[in-house]
Design a protein around this ligand. Structure first.
Ligand code: SAH
Length: 239
């Protein structure tokens, strides 16, 4: 008798959040949503509240040392991380464990590429003043920031990072786009895009794009990408 085929597990995001209703959110729409429906990736939202303490399922307490706001408790977050760890490899390269945090390393396309090549990942969404540091240290959690601004919670950051990651999984974009020619893939910002009508409000599409000369078009796009990157993001060229 033939051995049954063991299907390779699809890439999976496990999200720890006080607001599981926020998911899949925009990830449930368009290409990422279709891919989710097709099983090209999967999403588990773990409700942090269910790991809370006592009758009221408390998840937070006042900051040690005083000050405004509340801090998510180490023991509560630990219970959620334990649940998320079930069935996930311990190796962080195969399964990153991330806390969304303005203090973290800034998220970028290289991280999205690494994460998309993993088997899945766990994302911990903070709220209030954040999470007790001890549980982050204990679990060797990687802190990653969406940018230099402060959100009220990690959910929007998690969705943004999952979107950037999932669209790199083979099959998710289908034929709709190439991830090889877009911004950041070659260290440059993408060239400008145009579509019909050929003339709009007195503005024409650059004639080279209508020339049918693919060599010329490629050269023009490369030159525009360089020009844009020089003007807007010289830091990318320096890399
Ligand atoms: N007191 C914290 C901010 C807490 S904001 C500080 O000053 O660093 C509440 C939660 O929102 C955080 O726990 C984090 O999960 C999320 N968050 C806020 N800004 C973020 C950002 N730029 N990137 C990722 N997550 C962010």
């Amino acid at each position: 008798m033939e051995e049954p085929l063991v299907a390779k597990g699809a890439w999976r995001a496990k999200i720890i959040t006080l607001f599981p209703d926020a998911f899949p959110g925009t990830l449930g729409l368009s290409l990422t949503g279709k891919a989710l429906d097709m099983g090209l990736w999967a999403l588990d939202a773990l409700d942090l509240r269910t790991f809370g303490i006592g009758k009221h399922r408390n998840v937070d307490d006042t900051p040690a040392g005083g000050g405004a706001g509340m801090v998510l408790r180490a023991d509560v977050v630990d219970a959620a991380l334990r649940q998320a760890a079930i069935g996930a490899p311990m190796d962080r390269a195969r399964w990153p464990v991330v806390y969304l945090s303005p203090r973290g390393k800034p998220f970028d396309q290289a991280m999205a590429r690494d994460w998309s090549a993993a088997e899945g990942m766990t994302l911990l969404c903070g709220r209030f003043e954040g999470v007790d540091q001890r549980v982050l240290d204990h679990w060797d959690v990687q802190e990653v920031s969406l940018g230099d601004f402060v959100l009220t919670g990690g959910e929007i950051a998690a969705q943004a990072m999952i979107d950037a990651t999932v669209r790199l999984i083979p099959g998710v974009l289908g034929n709709h786009a190439s991830t090889e020619e877009e911004s950041f893939s070659d260290g440059l910002l993408e060239h400008p895009q145009f579509t019909r009508p050929a003339e709009w409000e007195g503005r024409e599409i650059p004639p080279v794009l209508m020339s049918g000369n693919h060599g010329e078009i490629a050269r023009w796009r490369k030159a525009e990408a360089l020009k844009l990157t020089e003007a807007r993001r010289p830091d990318l060229l320096a890399k």
